[in-house]
Design a protein around this ligand. Structure first.
Ligand code: ADP
Ligand code: ZN
Length: 437
């Protein structure tokens, strides 16, 4: 079953649900056999008395063991390799703030398939070889760099590895090279727009931009709309994860009605994070992915900790690959304050509704007089210097946040450019609370 076109795979993209199911069963069986080369999996299969005969449908993946980030750490660096290291051509590694970092290995075929996946996504949103693609991701270990680079090249676009930061240079490239598409972290695009404004550059008139691929961090629908309105450019949500390859795992089509997760590459499950049982379509749970087409380091039932839900399994675009809602965040991003569970994205959703507010915000958790509290600082756009108006704006934000997250934080409006900007993924929460044992 070889791929006919280097970038567009109509035969895979338009599979019917039955065909997807058949292909997944076949590839899951192959993956199961292949994973016997990994002592970690071989041992588990033996303990659980599993054989390939147990796999007769994609749902049979539920019989298999889970894999966690901790398992990746415990087997650091090469313990989960399913092929000899001599067959691997690249590794990516996460920084690992606690304990060992994690390592992901790739064979040449893995890299090839990854490039195909990214190319498929970029083609899906209308990009063609005559487009100019600028990648503002950090290169190096962060997969958003090389992942998009190879994918955009595979599609045949002129690809500009601009890398992260240096907005003035980014803008110069956009103008001089006639950039039509950019891959960026959403928080960076709002920053880039500010610099364009400072430079008197109007993206609608002075650039050829038409498509953004935005991802790598959670963002709200409101944030996306903002970005689209700022630049007059369509922004498509792109989901990636190093453990599965990197960018390319899920991407929105032109309908912008959720992320198509590519089921010829992954088996997608949404489970209750406590019971680990599947939840019905439409209900939020933890995303669990099994890579069924990877050679160097396939992962079985990998617990991503990302929270989302199934929106549908068909789409007006003609693709039947499962559609998932934008990520609500990772389970470890959840703030628990005075017994209330809050996701930063809920706060962003409200803030982005106010045209007076900028896009940069910071949530600080602190302890005052033995009480835990939340302060939301958000930048205001220029031209909002009427004190009385600012006061009533603060009040209104506090009120609307109260309705959304069920407690009223302190709201502080700060001037534009006063909150820190990170070059990579945005840091939205600072926790300074005292921990009582
Ligand atoms: P790290 O674990 O160091 O952040 P990755 O770059 O592999 O490494 O990040 C993958 C994670 O980034 C995902 O698990 C998810 O939490 C987040 N992520 C990636 N793309 C998106 C997206 N489009 N929307 C929300 N979150 C995303
Ligand atoms: Zn679609």
């Amino acid at each position: 079953m070889d791929v006919k076109s280097p970038y567009l795979h109509p035969e895979y993209e338009t599979l019917s649900r039955e065909e997807i199911s058949k292909l997944q069963t076949e590839r899951l069986r192959e993956t199961f056999e292949h994973c016997k080369n990994v002592p970690f999996y071989a041992k588990k299969f033996k303990e659980m008395n599993l054989s390939v005969e147990d796999i007769n449908s994609p749902e049979d993946v539920r019989k298999l063991p889970f894999t966690t980030k901790q398992d990746l750490r415990d087997t650091y660096p090469f313990g989960l390799a399913a092929v000899p290291l001599s067959e691997c051509v690249r590794l990516h590694s996460s920084s690992g703030t606690t304990g060992n970092p994690t390592v992901i290995l790739h064979t040449q075929r893995d890299l090839d398939e990854w490039a195909n996946q990214v190319a498929r996504n970029l083609w899906m949103v209308g990009l063609r070889p005559d487009d100019v693609f600028q990648n503002s991701s950090g290169y190096g270990m962060f997969t958003g760099g090389l992942g998009f680079q190879y994918g955009a090249e595979r599609l045949g676009m002129l690809t500009v590895p601009a890398a992260a930061g240096n907005s003035l240079r980014q803008i110069k490239f956009i103008k001089d090279f006639g950039t039509t598409a950019i891959h960026a972290i959403p928080s960076y695009l709002t920053r880039l727009y500010e610099v364009m404004q400072e430079q008197g550059v109007d993206p609608r008139k002075d650039t050829k931009l038409k498509v953004f691929a935005i991802g790598a961090e959670p963002h709200s629908e409101e944030q996306r709309k903002r970005i689209e309105n700022m630049f007059g450019v369509k922004a498509y949500n792109s989901f990636g994860m190093s453990e599965m390859c990197g960018p390319g795992v899920g991407f929105e089509c032109k309908e912008q009605n959720g992320l198509h997760f590519w089921e010829d590459y992954y088996i997608v499950e949404i489970v209750d994070p406590d019971t680990l049982e599947p939840v019905p379509d439409g209900e939020i749970g933890e995303l669990v992915l099994t890579s069924i087409r990877r050679e160097a380091m396939p992962l079985i039932r990998y617990r991503t900790r990302d929270l989302t839900r199934v929106l549908g399994r068909t789409c007006p675009c003609g693709r039947n690959h499962v559609r998932l809602d934008r990520m609500k965040g990772r389970s470890d991003d959840m703030i628990v304050l005075r017994g209330v569970n809050i996701f930063p994205i809920q706060i962003e959703k409200i803030l982005m509704k106010f045209p007076e507010l900028g896009s940069n915000y910071l949530i600080t958790l602190s302890t005052e007089d033995n009480n835990d509290q939340m302060t939301v600082e958000v930048e205001v756009n220029e031209g909002t210097d009427d004190f009385a108006k600012l006061q009533s704006l603060e009040k209104e934000i506090r009120h609307q946040l109260g309705d959304e997250i069920l407690l009223k934080p302190i709201v502080r409006l700060v001037s534009k450019g006063s909150l820190p900007v990170s070059e990579g993924k945005a840091v939205r929460v600072v926790d300074k609370r005292k921990v009582y044992q």
